[in-house]
Design a protein around this ligand. Structure first.
Ligand SMILES: CC(C)(COP(=O)(O)OP(=O)(O)OC[C@H]1O[C@@H](n2cnc3c(N)ncnc32)[C@H](O)[C@@H]1OP(=O)(O)O)[C@@H](O)C(=O)NCCC(=O)NCCS
Length: 147
């Protein structure tokens, strides 16, 4: 086997934007049932999907489903999503506290058959808190690795 051209294996779920590494956590296809009266994706549903995506991401990190959303920051809807768009939901850890983790979520949309461009349609930060069996905040003991 030739060693001249080593193959660099990159995780298919990693996406680099402006030198920041995000993990592609979930995807959704925009169907007609998801549209509002202006024929755009309903914003509330998009926020729900972002919350779900970031929640899964945090649950994977902390290896527990005992987490709740404490805060969703200002939500920027940069561009509308349209029928048939494939959406990808990307997350990265922004900061880590004792009981909380703040996650940045970016959503990008692509119209598969007519364009190659990925449109960034949503940006927001979400704070998740680990809870104990009584629903009280509890230490998660997660430490962010130095990069
Ligand atoms: C999450 C919950 C248990 C936290 O209760 P609390 O009294 O705020 O707990 P604490 O004061 O210990 O704060 C917990 C963490 O939230 C952070 N926090 C509290 N208020 C915050 C705010 N306004 N913005 C950002 N973070 C905040 C704290 O800094 C702390 O993080 P840290 O330990 O990493 O520093 C409680 O608010 C709750 O149950 N909320 C409802 C959650 C929910 O139902 N979400 C929707 C469905 S998942």
């Amino acid at each position: 086997m030739s060693t001249n051209n080593p193959i660099r294996v990159v995780s298919p779920s990693e996406v680099v934007i402006n030198n920041k590494v995000y993990i592609r956590v979930t995807s959704h296809l925009v169907l007609s049932a998801h549209l509002n009266a202006a024929n755009n994706l309903f914003g509330g549903l998009l926020v729900q999907w972002a919350d779900e995506c970031a929640g899964i991401y945090v649950m994977e990190i902390l290896k527990t489903h005992h987490v709740v959303t404490k805060k969703i920051s200002e939500v920027l809807f940069n561009e509308p999503a349209k029928l048939g768009d494939v959406l990808e939901f990307l997350c990265c850890v922004k900061s880590v506290g004792k009981t909380s983790i703040t996650v940045e979520c970016v959503t990008r949309a692509k119209q598969i058959d007519t364009e190659d461009r990925l449109r960034t349609i949503l940006n927001c930060d979400l704070v998740f808190v680990k809870i104990d069996k009584f629903g009280r905040s509890t230490h998660h003991n997660f430490v962010l690795e130095e990069s």
